[in-house]
Design a protein around this ligand. Structure first.
Ligand code: PBG
Length: 336
């Protein structure tokens, strides 16, 4: 029998795994509270926060509970929120999306007034929460989403939310040309300083299921005619490049956990910050599995957050933001 070569035997990657200190010294990825973004839901007509059954631990806030929630975000070390609103009344055009007294504008005003100096106030720009059919835009007579009419509505909504005090607009509708059109509308209305986070590569994902409950979505069918086909990877780079050309300040890949390859590809081509959204289904799968004793909850969440960072995301939008930022701010990532 051949003797193992001296050199080969001494190549032992396990040396660098021998102690907590050694593992920390050589860890390739890190995570800080400031890199997490907290999505928050605000429901019109509520007196008190209401739990969302399909998203354990997440609530719909009332306008009056929002300031307290924002204070928790600030205390945790998270620097940004993304506001989603649930209106009492919907119509075919989603008119309440850009109404100054609509719930999203009011939520943004409350947030800007109470936390605007300490947090980046982000707001979702999309019609799906406001339309009676649940689609992300207005419909043509044959029931398709009308791209260009919808983009006009996004311009109006964006200006309304900028007026209400938003710092960052999350363009999540996947209409062609939406980023450039919104950039122009903001600039023309005196909001040159309001930033755009483009949901550039947003897939028509089944993992949005619990979110649709959270916003009480009436949607029947799917969004495959505007959100991306999950068989595609290269196409994400095209979407991302188009959004950057049109002036996106931050681009996002969504969902995150099932799309780590897309995050990796994107991180290699972008010259703007890259965000990824761990969506409702990805969140609830882990929460429910942990509740059933199948997974160690905390350890699995750390692994998930680090996986998204390892893939290349700079910013992670996640329902775990406040809880895990607090852990990071008060002791850091547990070593054992
Ligand atoms: C659309 C929007 C959706 C999500 C964020 N923005 C739902 C959709 O496209 O159907 C999903 C987020 C999640 O699942 O956590 N405004």
């Amino acid at each position: 029998m051949m003797k193992p070569q001296e050199g080969a035997v001494s190549l032992r990657p396990r040396r660098l795994r021998s102690t907590n200190a050694m593992r920390s010294l050589v860890a390739e990825t890190s995570l800080e509270a400031r890199q997490l973004m907290a999505p928050l839901f605000v429901r019109e007509g509520l007196e008190a926060p209401r739990p969302i059954d399909s998203l354990p631990g997440v609530v719909q806030h009332s306008l009056s509970s929002l300031p307290g929630a924002l204070q928790e975000v600030i205390d945790s070390g998270v620097k940004s929120v993304m506001l989603f609103a649930v209106p009492e009344v919907r119509d075919a055009l989603g008119s309440m999306a850009s109404h100054p007294e609509g719930i999203i504008s009011r939520a943004v005003s409350v947030a800007a007034e109470t936390a605007g100096s300490e947090l980046v106030i982000g707001a979702d720009v999309c019609l799906d929460e406001f339309t009676s059919h649940g689609h992300c835009g207005v419909l043509t007579s044959d029931g398709d989403v009308d791209n260009d009419q919808t983009v006009l509505a996004y311009q109006e909504m964006s200006v309304a939310l900028a007026k209400a005090g938003a710092d960052l607009l999350g363009l999540s509708g996947m209409m062609d040309g939406q980023v450039g059109a919104v950039r122009h509308a903001l600039d023309d209305s005196g909001f040159k300083g309001v930033s755009i986070l483009a949901y550039a590569a947003k897939y028509a994902s089944n993992f949005y299921g619990p979110f649709r409950d959270a916003v009480e979505s009436p949607l029947e069918g799917n969004r495959k005619k505007y959100q991306m086909d999950w068989r595609n990877r290269r196409e994400a780079l095209r979407e991302i490049s188009l959004d950057i050309e049109q002036g996106a300040d931050i681009v996002m890949v969504k969902p995150a956990v099932s799309y780590l390859d897309v995050i990796r590809d994107a991180s290699q081509i972008v010259d703007v910050p890259l965000a990824a959204y761990i969506v409702s289904g990805e969140y609830s799968m882990i929460e429910l599995a942990a509740k059933h004793g199948l997974l160690d909850r905390e350890a699995t969440i750390w692994e998930t957050l680090f996986a998204v960072r390892r893939a290349g995301a700079d910013i992670i939008c996640t329902y775990w933001a406040v809880e895990f930022a607090t852990k990071l701010s008060t002791g850091g990532f547990p070593l054992d």
